[in-house]
Ligand binder design. Structure first.
Ligand code: CTP
Length: 401
């Protein structure tokens, strides 16, 4: 899933040679599950066909105020539909018209009606881009809160080399992603998450572990990223992969490694969620060589691991939000409340082993969230990905709003 999913993106194409790249831009946006509509200036059709763009965007493409059958192509409706409008390429002519409020084609009329953020990707020849008039037009648009993706340097259609090329479609999508990020509820927040099991070594080839898959923690990392946060994931051994390269992953093995990694990141974190299934005990000694099966019985002495969550609760500041998980088999609410208090948490997410849909290795979960004010909310059985959004949305409304 991407941050562009279900966003309505209106792409407006004007008559520059770079218009051929808009086909790639539309494809990239659709691939990220955005809803895309395309409008054009009449001359832009000489550079890229409406048929190409309607096929790629899965929507009809308009360039006139009236369709051939006499229907009115309402520019206001396009403008109201759009969450973001991208004018690419934006020629010197369109730039000037936008700066002066000219309204003689569908793209300009839609721009004037748009209440959503408008992004332009200027494209023109080197000298046109440097011309003082172009520069002052760009300044006017910047003052009018238009987001400008600067032209890039390279070979131009004229054969000259320099600034003026339309930003590459990938860069336009990145720019849009960063703009969307700023409107997301966790923008500017750092979320630290632990996931998966820990393995406690017995000898070089054996360990004590548990069946945690890491799915809940990885889903929380993805959801935090999609809600705008900077995310650090401290993961025990898990087959899960992070969904977005922007999520920082620190792989660890044992509870003691996890303790160190969580403490190293904790001071920076606004929200910390311990979703890991930490081994409570580890072998007192780790044999240097593989243990041989000489005896009929074997006793391994175990010592207690540090309680990572409790240690974080002891140093947390009032601004930091600390969340734990509780997996219980009986007296669920009472045990969860006790853990919430003992570990100084803001929230605890309770799973009951009595729910068949919850627990290790499952794709679904059924949770109840308890908070330090004694409030609790139960959720239906959902996929772990949906549960992750439920948890974060609950934290946002209860604590951040
Ligand atoms: N946890 C932790 N460090 C540990 C054990 C648990 O940080 N050594 C965290 C888990 O990540 C989880 C929460 O504490 O968020 C609750 O874990 P759980 O095992 O259910 O509770 P315990 O405190 O270990 O209590 P008990 O096993 O007795 O139920």
């Amino acid at each position: 899933m991407s941050r562009l999913k279900n966003k309505n993106i209106l792409v407006a194409v004007t008559a520059g040679i770079a218009a051929y790249k808009v086909a790639i831009l539309v494809r990239l946006l659709v691939k990220q599950e955005a809803q895309v509509k395309v409008i054009m200036t009449p001359d832009a059709r000489s550079f890229v066909t409406p048929l190409t763009l309607s096929t790629l965007s899965k929507n009809s493409v308009e360039w006139k105020f009236f369709s051939d059958n006499g229907d009115w192509n309402n520019h206001v409706e396009f403008a109201l539909w759009a969450d973001y409008m991208i004018i690419a390429p934006c020629t010197a002519n369109t730039l000037s018209a936008m700066a002066n409020g000219t309204c003689n084609n569908l793209v300009l009329a839609t721009y004037l009606s748009a209440k959503c953020p408008v992004i332009i990707a200027p494209a023109m020849d080197l000298d046109m881009y440097q011309h003082p008039t172009t520069k002052s037009n760009l300044e006017i648009l910047e003052k009018n809160n238009v987001h400008i993706i600067p032209s890039e340097s390279g070979e131009l259609a004229s054969g000259l080399v320099g600034e003026g090329r339309m930003a590459e479609p990938e860069h336009i999508v990145d720019f849009l992603d960063k703009l969307i990020e700023k409107d997301l509820p966790l923008f500017g927040k750092h979320v630290l998450i632990s996931a998966g099991p820990t393995y406690e070594n017995i000898d070089p080839v054996r360990f004590i572990g548990n069946y945690s898959s890491g799915k809940m923690g990885y889903s929380l990392a993805e959801a935090s990223y999609l809600l705008g946060a900077k995310v650090t994931l401290v993961s025990g051994p898990s087959a899960e992969k992070v969904s977005h390269k922007e999520i920082t992953v620190q792989k660890i093995t044992s509870a003691q490694d996890m303790y160190t990694a969580m403490h190293n990141n904790f001071l920076e974190a606004d929200i910390t969620i311990m979703a890991a299934a930490v081994a409570d005990y580890r072998p007192k000694e780790i044999a240097e060589q593989k243990i041989k099966k000489d005896d009929d019985t074997m006793i391994i002495e175990l010592v207690k691991n540090p309680d990572i969550l409790k240690s974080l609760g002891e140093i947390k500041t009032p601004d930091q939000i600390l969340v734990g998980f509780a997996l219980e088999t009986n007296n669920e609410i009472a045990f969860a409340e006790k853990k919430l208090k003992k570990k100084n948490l803001d929230f605890i997410v309770l799973n009951s082993m009595r729910d068949k849909e919850a627990g290790f290795q499952k794709d679904t979960n059924k949770i109840t969230i308890l908070d330090r004010n004694g409030e609790q909310k139960s959720f239906e059985t959902k996929s772990k990905k949906e549960v992750a959004f439920d948890i974060l949305s609950y934290l946002i409304t209860q604590k951040l709003s």
